[in-house]
Design a protein around this ligand. Structure first.
Ligand SMILES: CC(C)(COP(=O)(O)OP(=O)(O)OC[C@H]1O[C@@H](n2cnc3c(N)ncnc32)[C@H](O)[C@@H]1OP(=O)(O)O)[C@@H](O)C(=O)NCCC(=O)NCCS
Length: 127
């Protein structure tokens, strides 16, 4: 059952929240979610720029609902803005809950990636 609008962008990764990813309250640790978002954004940016990339900034980040162990966690990415060497990517995290199989958005953010050459210098993107 879906309780929200549809995810924005394309699904890049999907995984399951595990006990090792919890915080002191027993919910999933925000830092783990951010690393999943960073990974999804990097995969999306790498494929878009056809080069190696690095995260240069996180412009916004909002944790809207908690995530629990056993939830299926998926990251969706969409190009928000293309610069000369940078890509601003909107990333949403959606879950399918373990118990009720509900699907909804839990976190979203805007990440900036830079395309890099072999010397780790910013490189123009030929989209
Ligand atoms: C990525 C890096 C090479 C960019 O170097 P830089 O000297 O800032 O390069 P530039 O000033 O030419 O900026 C490159 C692009 O990034 C953008 N940018 C730089 N800092 C930014 C910031 N804080 N927020 C948003 N965009 C930023 C610039 O606007 C530019 O975009 P454009 O070419 O589309 O106009 C350098 O900052 C770096 O190595 N950072 C560490 C990356 C890292 O280790 N990330 C974590 C692990 S992946």
């Amino acid at each position: 059952m879906s309780t929200d609008a549809k995810p924005r962008g394309i699904q890049v990764i999907s995984t399951m929240a595990m006990p090792k990813d919890t915080n002191g309250n027993g919910d999933i640790f925000g830092g783990w979610l951010v690393s999943q978002m960073d990974l999804a954004g990097a995969i999306f940016a790498k494929q878009f720029a056809k080069s190696r990339v690095a995260t240069v900034a996180i412009n916004s980040l909002a944790f809207q609902r908690p995530v629990s162990v056993g939830d299926v966690v998926s990251c969706y990415a969409e190009l928000e803005k293309l610069g000369r060497t940078s890509m601003t990517i909107h990333i949403e995290v959606w879950i399918i809950t373990d118990l009720s199989q509900e699907q909804y958005k839990v976190t979203e953010g805007s990440f900036v990636f830079v395309a890099l050459d072999e010397h780790r210098r910013p490189k123009p993107i030929n989209a």
